[in-house]
Structure formats: C-alpha cells, structure tokens
Design a protein around this ligand. Structure first.
Ligand SMILES: Cc1cc2nc3c(=O)[nH]c(=O)nc-3n(C[C@H](O)[C@H](O)[C@H](O)COP(=O)(O)O)c2cc1C
Length: 180
C-alpha cells in the first residue's frame, strides 16, 4: 500500500552528498508507488528549543518560526527518513534542533510508525554513524508507536558533489528507497 514518506534533509552545503543520496532514495520510494515529500531544512527558520515545556500542555510550540508548518508534515507522515552529514561522529546540529522542536508531538496522536536514517561521511566505516544512529533511536524511543528501522550510509565522501563519482552508492540508495 502506498505510504506517505517524509524525507528531511539537514545539510546546508551546496552540492550536499547526503541530499543527493536522499534524492536517490526519494526516486526509489516514488518508483515503488509511495507518496514522497522532500523537505530540505535549508532556508528554513528553525530556532533552538528553549525547554519551556509549554508544548506539553498546549500541543504546540510558543516559538514563532517555520516549525509550526514543518511539524505538521512530520505528524502526518507514515514514514520519516532523516538525512544528515556526519559532523564529529554525530548528526548535524540542524537535524538535532529539528528533532528537539518536534517535542509538541510527544502529547499528540502522531501518525509516523517507521523511521530511517541516511548519513554521508568522509570516513567509510560502520562506526562513523553509530552516534547519529543512537540519537535518532533516542528520539524514536520517546514515540512508542514508532520503530527505528535502519541506516543508509554513504562513506568516503568529503567534497561537495563527490557522491556523483560513486555510482554504486547511488544505486544502493535507489534500491534502499524502493524498500522503505
Ligand atoms: C564540522 C564537520 C565535522 C565533520 N566530522 C566528520 C566526522 O566526524 N567523520 C567523518 O567521516 N566526516 C566528517 N565530516 C565530513 C562530512 O561528513 C562529509 O564532508 C560529508 O560528505 C558532508 O555531507 P554533506 O555534503 O551532505 O554536507 C565533517 C565535516 C564537517 C563540516
């Protein structure tokens, strides 16, 4: 059955490798008959969570920025795919900020059931993305109806657009997209 998939891309770099990988995942997911929305956090105004916890009473955040629109996209998706460059063996600060700002969903009847992670990194290893994976798992743990599924990692990618010389990663990304 077609699912509503939201891909959240969190690199701010022009020619982002993680974004180009995520676009291939999107193509794969579309080819499998899903509805896919690609959300780049570039040019979005997303402030840091200030921890006031008013969202836990009101179901919405007191900060006035783009998150009031973006959180509805997260809430309405069946499947979430977070995409990040690896920074110091972690997810990007922007993605972490985005997750923190999803806190109003904690008391809402959120819809998403499956969560995936896409990473791009200079190092090509199974260990480079483990802390980012842990961070996403921590987020998912707070939403008991959802399940963390798996990571797609592209390694050996340092410079912008370097992914374009790695057809094998892009092919894997397309195949990954057909299965999410
Ligand atoms: C601040 C910063 C920290 C980084 N830390 C790591 C790291 O810990 N491990 C690694 O393999 N690559 C690291 N990199 C390299 C990026 O992960 C790599 O260039 C990746 O392709 C960037 O993805 P993007 O093009 O989607 O932004 C770092 C890059 C920056 C700018």
């Amino acid at each position: 059955m077609a699912r509503n998939i939201l891909i959240v891309s969190s690199s701010l770099r022009a020619g982002s490798n993680s974004e180009l990988i995520s676009k291939e995942v999107e193509r794969g997911a579309l080819s499998a008959g899903n509805n896919v929305e690609f959300l780049s956090l570039k040019d979005r105004k997303i402030e840091f969570c200030i921890g006031c916890l008013k969202c836990q009473k009101q179901g919405k955040c007191i900060l006035k920025d783009d998150m009031s629109e973006l959180i509805e996209k997260v809430n309405n998706a069946d499947t979430l795919v977070f995409s990040t460059p690896i920074y110091y063996y972690e997810m990007s600060g922007l993605l972490k900020t985005f997750l923190d700002r999803c806190n109003p969903l904690y008391i809402r009847d959120y819809h998403f059931r499956e969560v995936y992670l896409i990473t791009a990194s200079a190092e090509n290893s199974q260990t480079v993305y483990q802390r980012a994976k842990s961070g996403i798992e921590g987020f998912v743990e707070c939403f008991p109806n959802a399940e963390f599924k798996c990571v797609f990692s592209g390694g050996g990618l340092t410079n912008p657009q370097e992914i374009k010389t790695h057809d094998e990663i892009l092919e894997r990304a397309f195949a990954f997209g057909t299965k999410i």
